[in-house]
Design a protein around this ligand. Structure first.
Ligand SMILES: [Zn+2]
Length: 100
């Protein structure tokens, strides 16, 4: 039984701008997307993919293999860690490029 779903805000190459996992027994996917959109409206967020610069961004709501948030948490934490690492590397590359 899979109850944990993930909503990702993606470019066509599937680079993820923002993601949120939710339990579909407790939350509604449309509501999660609405909250993510509000979060992006209230914060400074790229209107373009930071990796490929596409502006064709869209939400995707997909199941995960997890039945509970406790099961999903270690995997989600690891993905978040890797995403943070990529973000830092990108900003270092940008800074280096702007120095030239
Ligand atoms: Zn992209």
């Amino acid at each position: 039984m899979m109850a944990i779903r993930i909503v990702q805000y993606l470019c066509p190459d599937r680079h993820c701008i923002l993601a949120a996992a939710y339990d579909d027994r407790l939350n509604n996917g449309d509501e999660v997307q609405k909250q993510m959109q509000e979060f992006m409206n209230q914060n400074v967020f790229n209107k373009l993919c930071a990796i490929c610069a596409s502006d064709k961004l869209r939400f995707e709501d997909a199941p995960t293999k997890f039945a509970t948030m406790d099961e999903a948490k270690p995997v989600l934490d690891e993905l978040e860690r890797l995403n943070m690492k990529t973000r830092v590397q990108l900003s270092i590359l940008r800074s280096a490029a702007s120095l030239n």
